[in-house]
Design a protein around this ligand. Structure first.
Ligand code: ADP
Ligand code: MG
Length: 238
């Protein structure tokens, strides 16, 4: 587990600034959701935390340590994407263990981690299957499993459920909530879906066009939105 602190974090693509000096303090073990319309900078923020995108200004710290110049692999994070590209020719077990095998993690420890992730996600009975023999929800579980086996301090999710149908989305939302409680890890979760944000988050960061409009607990935002935009986004009547 770890804190994540963004101080005046900015991002420019050429002359175009897409994130304007963001300040966000995420506590150890907190579930924080970035919400906002398409193009507002959610993925860019997440990718900067992950180290997949350089930052143009400011500072990002994970567990109190500035990581601006730290490689993604050394940041103690794991990311789950919307398009969970599993290796089609590998079994679930191999999909889960592949990353650890590549980095030379000891075999017994890899087996322990894979077994634990499978138990947490309730996919232990699917270990020999290929991805094409899995349902959408099962595939998404395997993708999350690949993050869990890395035993990260911080999980980063970029719209992980947006490819699933409505029913499965609700189911996986419950699963992700359970996962957060079970692992106690810090989670940063991006979505444009306000229901997802309201039900999952300890705190929500509402973004608009690269600005933070408001940060607060779901009910705080609902009861006391700072402006019409936030009100519209959290679905309150103001
Ligand atoms: P969101 O995830 O909220 O939909 P993004 O973070 O993907 O938004 O994008 C924020 C803005 O940055 C958008 O205007 C997008 O077009 C722009 N953008 C994202 N990636 C790049 C890039 N590699 N080059 C130029 N512009 C980009
Ligand atoms: Mg995005």
């Amino acid at each position: 587990m770890a804190t994540v602190t963004l101080t005046n974090v900015a991002k420019r693509f050429g002359a175009f600034e897409v994130v304007h000096g963001a300040n966000i303090d995420i506590a150890d073990g907190e579930f924080v959701v970035f919400v906002g319309p398409s193009g507002c900078g959610k993925s860019t923020l997440l990718r900067m935390i992950a180290g997949l995108e350089d930052i143009s200004g400011g500072e990002i710290a994970i567990g109190g340590k500035v990581v601006n110049d730290v490689e993604p692999a050394d940041r103690g994070i794991a990311m789950v994407f919307q398009s969970y590209a599993l290796y089609p020719h590998m079994s679930v077990e191999q999909n889960l263990s592949f990353g650890l095998r590549m980095t030379g993690n000891p075999k017994a420890d890899t087996e322990r981690r894979v077994k634990r992730a499978a138990e947490i996600l309730r996919i232990s009975e699917l270990m020999d299957r290929r991805p094409k023999k899995l349902s959408g929800g099962q595939r998404q579980r395997v993708a999350i499993g690949r993050a869990i086996v890395r035993e990260p301090q911080v999980f980063l999710f970029d719209e992980p459920l947006s490819n699933l149908d409505a029913e499965l989305r609700v189911q996986m939302r419950v699963e992700i909530s359970r996962l957060h409680k079970e692992l106690g890890a810090t989670m940063v979760y991006v979505t444009h879906d306000q229901t997802e944000a309201m039900t999952l988050a300890d705190r929500i960061v509402v973004l608009r066009a690269g600005h933070i409009e408001q940060i607060g607990r779901p009910l705080e935002l609902y009861d006391n939105p700072d402006n019409m935009f936030v009100a519209g986004f959290v679905g309150s009547p103001k």
